[in-house]
Design a protein around this ligand. Structure first.
Ligand SMILES: *Cc1c(COP(=O)(O)O)cnc(C)c1O
Length: 388
């Protein structure tokens, strides 16, 4: 017997990390102490008050029932308050906020609400793969906007052909950016909103890293731009901010029609997130800022250690004080995959080839700072000892 996969799945690009996974496994079997700087998953635990809140909330029988599709009112209110405190943005918790089962869930489902066969979705390249995959699942066609270093990894809206713009329904952006560690400027956001209004295109902003900054300047929300709420929806998550990737809790906020459309899809495919997790998430959203400052100083120290090691090899990591990624050009004469292969072969270090995030990521590699600092110090030492 054999079952044919759907065209939808067969249309997905091949899994690019298979060779890297094989190599990593081989090294581990050889007894190499492999340090994995590949995945962007915080090593630090969820803050204790959040864990305790879950334990308490899980005991309440009323939480054992189906949750609300759009999220508990108390959770949506806590999200609205958090946005007010952090970004000075006013959100109506009843119409402009929806709970997500992690922001990936919302990002993947959103195109189902607004994209038809033949519609174009503008996706950054390199990027988190879900923008492209959600588009393909919805029957849309991704158009890739290369993010180039000379443009500080911002898309060049003016270079998108008019016939593509005419067919475009959504533009995805993600700043602070994974994988490039770039941040957007207020001017870019303003231009984007103006351009999107002129062309009647939805702006979908993935802001998962807004709290992972180590400089004085806090990243923005695109909703801070005047008039953004006319065309924009923002996806956010507790995953990176509060070390809660395993909990699966996020939110989409912004334009009422867009939130409602996403809600309509979700009503038909899921039944919301466990209320106890939402109750614990409220505790997270109300944590004092000092809790996050501790985290930021850890990432700052780790970034310093890693960029110093890379510079000692003559490499030039992109200068950044946002996200927990270090994005660096590979040395002359290497492809991304070749250089990443050398790092695992000669240093036992796994990191991600830029080409895995799209064609425009070729020539770069990404190091994630989400391993304990002593392991990162070991990795840095191994890098410094490489002979290029
Ligand atoms: C980690 C990450 C997310 C968050 O995913 P969750 O599903 O909320 O855990 C979203 N977007 C990007 C670009 C990410 O790297």
């Amino acid at each position: 017997m054999g079952f044919e996969l759907s065209q939808r799945l067969k249309a997905l690009p091949p899994y690019l990390f298979a060779e890297l996974d094989r190599k990593k496994q081989e090294k581990i079997e050889q007894g190499v102490d492999v340090i994995d700087l590949g995945v962007g998953d915080p090593d630090l635990p969820t803050p204790q008050p959040v864990v305790e809140a879950l334990a308490e909330a899980a005991k309440k029988p009323e939480n054992h029932k189906y949750p609300s599709y759009v999220g508990m009112k108390a959770y949506r209110e806590a999200v609205a308050k958090w946005y007010k405190r952090r970004f000075d943005i006013d959100l109506n918790p009843d119409t402009e906020v929806i709970a997500l089962i992690g922001s990936k869930e919302g990002v993947a489902h959103f195109p189902l609400a607004f994209v038809d066969q033949g519609d174009v979705v503008l996706c950054p390249d390199p990027a988190y793969p879900v923008y492209k995959i959600g588009t393909i699942f919805a029957g849309g066609t991704p158009y890739f906007m290369p993010l180039k270093e000379e443009n500080n990894f911002l898309p060049d809206l003016g270079s998108i052909p008019q016939e593509v713009v005419d067919k475009a329904k959504i533009i995805w952006i993600n700043y602070p950016n994974n994988p490039t560690s770039a941040d957007a400027t207020e001017d870019f956001f303003k231009d984007l909103i103006k351009w999107a209004k002129k062309n009647n295109i939805i702006v979908a902003s993935d802001n998962a890293y807004s709290e992972i900054y180590t400089g004085d300047k806090k990243p923005m929300s695109i909703l801070q731009v005047d008039g953004a709420k006319d065309v924009a929806i923002e996806f956010h998550s507790l995953s990176k901010t509060y070390n809660m990737t395993g909990w699966r809790i996020g939110m989409a906020v912004g334009n009422e029609e867009l939130v409602k459309g996403l809600g309509k899809v979700k009503t038909n495919v899921d039944s919301g997130q466990f209320n106890a997790i939402q109750e614990a998430a409220i505790v997270a959203l109300n944590l004092p800022e000092e809790e996050l400052d501790k985290l930021r100083s850890i990432y700052r120290q780790r970034r310093e250690v890693m960029t110093k090691a890379l510079r000692s090899l003559g490499l030039e990591p992109y200068e950044s004080d946002v996200t927990f990624y270090v994005w660096t050009k590979v040395p002359e004469g290497y492809t991304s995959a070749q250089f990443v292969g050398r790092l695992i072969d000669e240093a036992g270090i796994v990191c991600t080839p830029g080409s895995g995030f799209g064609n425009a990521g070729e020539g770069y590699f990404r190091i994630s700072l989400t391993v304990p600092t002593d392991r990162l110090l070991q990795a840095a030492e191994r890098i410094e000892n490489l002979k290029l």
